[in-house]
Design a protein around this ligand. Structure first.
Ligand code: HEM
Ligand code: HEM
Length: 183
């Protein structure tokens, strides 16, 4: 098989889909928080914080894994601007997947709100002061990072569909294990 016909490593594929699923879970948890009241509603935010911090750890591990296991070469049929755009979207994804949990973590820290990670232990707070005002500014950044992720997902999915149905190349199969490999 040519280099361009190869897939990402199994660990990279698992991390890709696990993190994508957890981002979706995060949005569902916030919707559940918005739709409920009282202790139940606060519990959804607690779980949101724990899952978000897990995404931070998984993303840091993923970046380390990627450095040690670079992806196979892209198809030679891809134009330089397509490679540049896809690379930029991927880098921005990593930046957003770090900034999102970091801003949430920093906002909770500014409010001195305890984070009990999945009920197991107290997650350390960051040395961020400033109380409500700082927390509000950090949550604004959290919201901007979320919107950035939405925009990136849209570009990313349009790109994936273009590869699969217009270019009809091997790109989607690099990340979707059950797709038939194309020569
Ligand atoms: C992948 C990670 C994360 C994603 C995708 C995510 C996503 C979101 C979204 C979509 C909202 C609603 C924003 C809005 O209504 O404008 C939100 C709110 C919030 N997030 Fe996150 N978040 C993540 C990580 C975190 C972390 C790590 C923390 C804290 C440790 C956190 C704390 C919060 C809080 C406190 C809110 C406001 C909840 C409320 O309305 O009271 N988030 N997040
Ligand atoms: C929240 C959702 C998602 C996130 C955060 C995300 C993030 C990423 C990132 C960071 C990469 C780059 C991997 C690397 O080389 O380091 C990537 C690659 C990829 N993603 Fe996603 N992704 C998401 C959803 C999706 C969806 C829904 C699809 C399919 C429709 C998809 C298909 C792909 C494919 C095919 C690649 C490999 C591209 C290549 O070969 O260069 N992703 N994704």
């Amino acid at each position: 098989m040519t280099e361009a016909g190869k897939r990402y490593s199994t660990i990279s594929i698992l991390l890709h889909w696990l993190i994508a699923a957890l981002v979706l879970v995060q949005i569902l948890l916030i919707s559940a928080h918005d739709a409920t009241e009282g202790p139940m509603s606060r519990e959804f935010v607690q779980i949101h914080k724990s899952v978000g911090l897990a995404v931070l750890l998984l993303t840091l591990f993923r970046i380390g894994w990627r450095v040690a296991n670079p992806p196979p070469a892209l198809p030679a049929t891809m134009k330089p601007w397509e490679k540049a755009l896809s690379g930029t979207v991927h880098v921005l994804f990593y930046v957003a997947l770090i900034l999102l949990p970091l801003t949430g973590w920093a906002a909770s820290s500014a409010m001195r709100r305890e984070i009990v990670w999945f009920g197991l232990f107290n997650w350390p707070l960051l040395p961020v002061g400033g109380g409500r005002e700082t927390a509000g500014a950090l949550m604004d950044l959290h919201g901007i990072a979320v919107k950035t992720v939405y925009g990136l997902v849209a570009l990313h999915v349009i790109g994936a569909l273009k590869h699969q149905f217009i270019d009809r190349d091997t790109v989607l199969g690099r990340m979707v294990p059950f797709l038939a490999r194309r020569p």
